[in-house]
Design a binder for this molecule. Structure first.
Ligand SMILES: CCCCCCCCCCC/C=C/C(=O)SCCNC(=O)CCNC(=O)[C@H](O)C(C)(C)COP(=O)(O)OP(=O)(O)OC[C@H]1O[C@@H](n2cnc3c(N)ncnc32)[C@H](O)[C@@H]1OP(=O)(O)O
Ligand SMILES: Cc1cc2nc3c(=O)[nH]c(=O)nc-3n(C[C@H](O)[C@H](O)[C@H](O)COP(=O)(O)OP(=O)(O)OC[C@H]3O[C@@H](n4cnc5c(N)ncnc54)[C@H](O)[C@@H]3O)c2cc1C
Length: 678
């Protein structure tokens, strides 16, 4: 049952909805973790629809960067005025929903503040500091961002150059940017909007460097918004995407801040300069841990949005015949189209299940840290780094695949897909460049491999890596066994691939060290294999999360369709991992062919449910910002209306004609006449 069936919709899409074998409402409540949340989502969306001041005056594709930033500023102010009435403003998930409906993902002047300030303060400030700063942050009396990356260093935090030198005489820190490469570069909303920063700077006391620490620093006057003395700040210019966000640069010239403006929950500096180290050296990196963990759910939604656009469009678009003489088919009937799109949808569901697990694990770790417990920190750091890299990469490729699957119209900004891609692909870079993130997970996996090679773990291993220590049930792949209804053999296959990749990287690393290479040289020469191991481990983890999620579904029709998607995900991933699996003889050609055929038959099986599956996400047209992905399927007439709203169509003046009216134009006219004897 698809609840979106409506009179007046394009019949091509209505007939798709009539084919649904499951209730979109039930799946929707699973996606949004409960019927109540799904209902709230609808209420908030309805509120946004009903208030015109929360809308864009024209498609954002037709705005200049400046217009888009002004529009975003106007809307965020309107949004804050409406918040009391529209949502439970103290509930972060309602706030996030409301903002995403109104603002989209391109950014706005308080995006970073909303995303990070409260979590960073809560994780890093002592009680007295929290009392002073948190209420102001929550009441929007100030607007802060997270200033870590510098012109010269983003990845390698150990070599950040901004200094915070403690002066025992005045009990102040002196902030300085000693070189051009030490300028802060990239922080969101730093360019024009924010007045405070959470600053990562190297702490120096009596000439000794204690590494990067966090400071709370005011950079602009709260009344005039002018930079404070000693501060140079500005926007870094247009980017590949996220252009309504004013990512900025920042330079300090011996700016003084009070001692108590160092965030002192974990590390402290006494008035006399005595330093107290934190219980874990990397606690100051917790904002990255937090964001990497919550980003996975966002990646899932970005991918689902692009699948929603491309799948809906693919049942409207008719092109060519499959059976000559039977008329043009919907492009979704082509196997190649299904093969391009449906695995993206399956991955979106897989990432959603994974994101939920990691988000909950992150909240637990944050809670533990507050009570002085850091036992799970390394586990979460490793897996969240690996998953951030794996999911953002597959999401970005998936969105681009959806865009290309829409042919020419996918190239138009009317599809919404180029904007979604340019926004989403940033996730491969921010919060840690993807290769670097895979290598962080690999560090952790090498410790696991060391235990495997040396007689087992010294202490109970985390649940996430326990499979490395379990003996394999079979030395060959059994995925073609018909009775593998709970997908255990497929999971065994992924586990085999992870173990093999991890141990191969480990053995290579050890071999190189035995040949006399230093740890660092050996690491660099094994880096590609290390990344492979991380990806394989992430694939195993995601697959397990998805299997467990589907196993828990109570509603049979939904469970059936989700099981189809799950199988598609699993067998598609097997075909992707085939080289590794066949390299050691674990999988045979016959099994690879079995996996491929499973994929093809699942594509056919899922095809009738495709539109209803994406409908279950309950995306509003405002959210999708896509003429191709319109819920009512009226694509062509709206493509024309969209094109006609282009400022270029405002009048009939020829741009070349106006060019001819100036001197250079006259010259060009003479030149052309001469050239072509006009
Ligand atoms: C719903 C959400 C809506 C979202 C809307 C999206 C909007 C997007 C906004 C985008 C905002 C973007 C913000 C940013 O990008 S902020 C800047 C982020 N920067 C990075 O991520 C930098 C990447 N670099 C690092 O993280 C580190 O430098 C790196 C981990 C790579 C290395 O650090 P370091 O050199 O100090 O450490 P080592 O390699 O020597 O490792 C030492 C050990 O420490 C462990 N470690 C490292 N980090 C952590 C951590 N966070 N927690 C726990 N442990 C950590 C590491 O594993 C090593 O352990 P071992 O020695 O035991 O192996
Ligand atoms: C849209 C966007 C928003 C951002 N917002 C913020 C923000 O709000 N606050 C903030 O502080 N920062 C922000 N950043 C900065 C971001 O966190 C960094 O760009 C990111 O961490 C990558 O660092 P980098 O730019 O130094 O890349 P580099 O480290 O220079 O990467 C370049 C290449 O070098 C490789 N490389 C680097 N080190 C290694 C290594 N050790 N081993 C192997 N390969 C390596 C990388 O894999 C990559 O291929 C943002 C960036 C973007 C794009």
């Amino acid at each position: 049952m698809n609840r979106y069936i409506q009179v007046g919709d394009n019949t091509n899409i209505t007939e798709e909805r009539q084919k649904a074998t499951f209730d979109t409402e039930v799946l929707g409540s699973i996606i949004y973790e409960g019927q109540e949340r799904l209902n709230r989502r609808r209420e908030i969306a309805k509120y946004v629809e009903e208030h015109q001041d929360l809308h864009d005056p024209k498609p954002r594709a037709f705005m200049t960067r400046l217009e888009a930033i002004e529009n975003a500023s106007r809307k965020i102010i309107a949004l804050k005025k409406h918040a009391e009435q529209a949502i439970n403003a103290s509930d972060p998930s309602e706030n996030y929903l409301f903002q995403s409906f109104v603002m989209g993902g391109e950014g706005h002047p308080i995006a970073l503040h909303d995303l990070l300030t409260a979590p960073v303060l809560l994780a890093n400030c002592d009680d007295e500091q929290l009392d002073l700063w948190l209420p102001k942050a929550l009441n929007y009396e100030l607007n802060a961002t997270y200033a870590q990356t510098e012109l010269g260093h983003g990845t390698n935090l150990k070599d950040l150059e901004t200094t915070a030198t403690y002066d025992t005489k005045t009990e102040e820190f002196i902030l300085n940017s000693p070189t051009i490469t030490s300028l802060k570069w990239w922080p969101g909303n730093l360019g024009k909007s924010c007045d405070h920063v959470v600053l990562q700077a190297q702490l120096y006391i009596h000439g000794k460097c204690y590494g990067a620490h966090l400071f709370w620093v005011q950079i602009r006057d709260l009344n005039t918004h002018k930079p404070l003395p000693g501060i140079t700040v500005g926007d870094i210019g247009p980017k590949f995407g996220m252009n309504t966000n004013d990512n900025g640069f920042l330079k300090f010239d011996h700016v003084k801040i009070p001692r108590r403006h160092m965030m002192m929950k974990h590390a402290q500096v006494d008035p006399d300069g005595t330093y107290h180290a934190p219980i874990h050296a990397k606690l100051g990196y917790s904002s990255m841990l937090y964001l990497r963990s919550i980003l996975l759910g966002l990646f899932a939604m970005n991918l689902a949005q692009s699948a929603a656009v491309a799948i809906r469009y693919s049942v409207i678009r008719r092109q060519g015949e499959i059976v000559p003489g039977e008329g043009e088919v919907k492009i979704l009937d082509y196997q190649t189209q299904q093969h391009r799109l449906l695995p993206q949808l399956a991955r979106a569901f897989a990432f959603l299940a994974t994101g939920k697990f990691i988000r909950e694990m992150c909240f637990k770790v944050m809670q533990d840290i507050r009570s002085g417990e850091v036992g799970l920190l390394a586990d979460l750091h490793a897996i969240s780094c690996g998953l951030k890299a794996t999911c953002s990469f597959q999401m970005a490729l998936g969105i681009e695949q959806c865009r290309m699957a829409c042919g020419g119209h996918g190239y138009s900004l009317a599809s919404g897909l180029p904007q979604l891609y340019s926004l989403a692909v940033g996730g491969c870079t921010y919060e840690g460049e993807n290769m670097v993130m895979l290598l962080q997970l690999a560090r952790y996996l090498m410790k696991v491999a060391n235990d495997v090679r040396n007689g087992g773990p010294k202490e109970e291993p985390s649940e996430i890596v326990q499979y490395y220590f379990r003996p394999a049930k079979s030395t060959t792949c059994l995925i073609d066994q018909a009775y593998d209804t709970n997908h255990q053999y497929v999971l065994d296959t992924f586990e085999h691939a992870s173990k093999r990749a991890t141990l191969a990287a480990y053995d290579k690393l050890q071999g190189l060290k035995q040949k006399g290479l230093s740890n660092e040289q050996a690491w660099n020469e094994t880096a590609v294999e290390l990344c492979k191991a991380s990806r394989a481990h992430c694939r195993t983890f995601i697959a397990r999360m998805f299997v467990e999620q589907v196993q828990q579904i109570a509603d049979l029709p939904v469970k059936n369709v989700m099981n189809d998607l799950l199988e598609l995900y699993l067998f598609y991933e097997i075909t992707e991992a085939a080289t590794t699996l066949m390299e050691d003889g674990y999988m045979r050609g016959q099994q690879l062919r079995f996996a491929r055929h499973k994929v093809y038959s699942l594509l056919e099986k899922i095809r009738p449910n495709a539109v209803s599956l994406v409908d279950s996400f309950d995306f509003t047209d405002r959210q999708l910002e896509s003429v191709l992905g319109r819920r009512d399927g009226h694509v062509y007439e709206n493509l024309l209306a969209w094109a006609q709203s282009s400022p270029l169509n405002k009048d009939d003046i020829d741009c070349i004609y106006s060019f001819f009216t100036n001197d250079l134009g006259n010259f060009m006219l003479i030149f052309y006449r001469y050239q072509y004897s006009l």
